[in-house]
Ligand binder design. Structure first.
Ligand code: 0WD
Length: 268
């Protein structure tokens, strides 16, 4: 029997097989979870690339639902939760693994970010967690858990992370307020702060390759993390093993976040 045998959940944010949401999904599946998934709506429905890419991944896992969702649209989020209720019944977990900033705004400097770009980045990367949680509150069984993904650039300055760092700071603060609000109902809300992994989103972040080299040089474990490590800790936070954990930002980054200066042996 797995940790998730008989448990059901909804996953937002698989774009392809490099997505962090996919790494976590695989661990949830290994532990027996039944899941529904959303994908970014395809602009041209006659060439459903997004849907096709995600379908290829989740169908072999016995996906109970695969449906488009643009988190900028309340009606999309409402529909997804209604469909999930029909396909899965009550939920035990919701994974939110979504972020976006327009490339021109992401490039920085942050004092140059456009008003529209700032609003869009915050809407997709932060407000979406509030909007998803609003619906998840009703859908989750007691003991249910919500998890979002964040990065160290929300706590300290990571050059190149720019407006997304500001979004992550707001996201992490949102996690604490949501944990406070949902806790009395027995529901948990946490964030996993992952080390840098090559994905569609991270390829847009300036200086990303610099970060990939810094982790082996600077982190206490002298290496970067793997997608599998992020996957299994994500699964842990969504599971009953973490039943006493809420409002937390858990770093899965080989310890990089505790360092304030390079170790003596660092070759930089
Ligand atoms: O190094 C990394 N890759 C790290 C990522 C380190 C630490 C944290 N993270 C975070 C990201 O900031 C994000 O919150 O992990 C989360 C997942 O990111 P990912 O797995 O690195 O990237 P990706 O595979 O691109 O998934 C993010 C997805 C989108 O992908 P694309 O590339 O198509 O934008 O977020 C989804 C979409 O599937 N997404 C949306 N979903 C619904 N509505 C929307 C939207 N409007 N916009 C983006």
């Amino acid at each position: 029997m797995g940790l998730f045998t008989g448990k059901k959940g909804l996953v937002f944010g698989i774009a392809n097989d490099h997505s962090i949401a996919w790494a976590i999904t695989q661990k949830l599946h290994q532990e027996g979870a039944e899941m529904g998934f959303t994908h970014l709506p395809d602009k041209d429905p006659t060439r459903a690339k997004m849907e096709h890419r995600v379908r290829k991944l989740v169908e072999p896992l016995g996906a109970k639902l695969l449906t488009p969702c643009d988190v900028q649209k309340d009606e999309d989020i409402d529909r997804v939760f209604a469909q999930a209720k029909e396909a899965l019944g009550g939920l035990d977990f919701v994974l939110h693994s979504i972020a976006y900033a327009p490339i021109d705004d992401l490039k920085g400097p942050v004092y140059n970010v456009s008003r529209a770009g700032f609003g869009l980045s915050m809407d997709i990367s932060v407000y979406s967690l509030l909007a998803v949680t609003k619906r998840a509150r009703e859908a989750l069984n007691p003991g249910g858990s919500i998890l979002t993904l964040t990065y160290l650039g929300g706590e300290t300055v990571i050059p190149g992370y720019n407006v997304m760092g500001i979004c992550k700071a707001a996201l992490e603060s949102s996690v604490t307020y949501l944990a406070h609000e949902l806790g009395p109902a027995g529901l948990r809300v946490n964030a996993l702060s992952a080390g840098p992994l090559k994905t569609l989103s991270s390829s847009a972040v300036g200086d990303f390759d610099v970060m990939l080299k810094l982790y082996p040089a600077m982190s206490p474990l002298r290496r970067n993390v793997t997608a599998e490590e992020v996957g299994k800790t994500g699964m842990y936070l969504l599971s009953d093993l973490a039943s006493g954990v809420t409002g937390e930002v858990l770093h899965v980054d080989a310890g990089f976040h505790v360092m304030g200066a390079p170790p003596a042996d660092a070759k930089l």
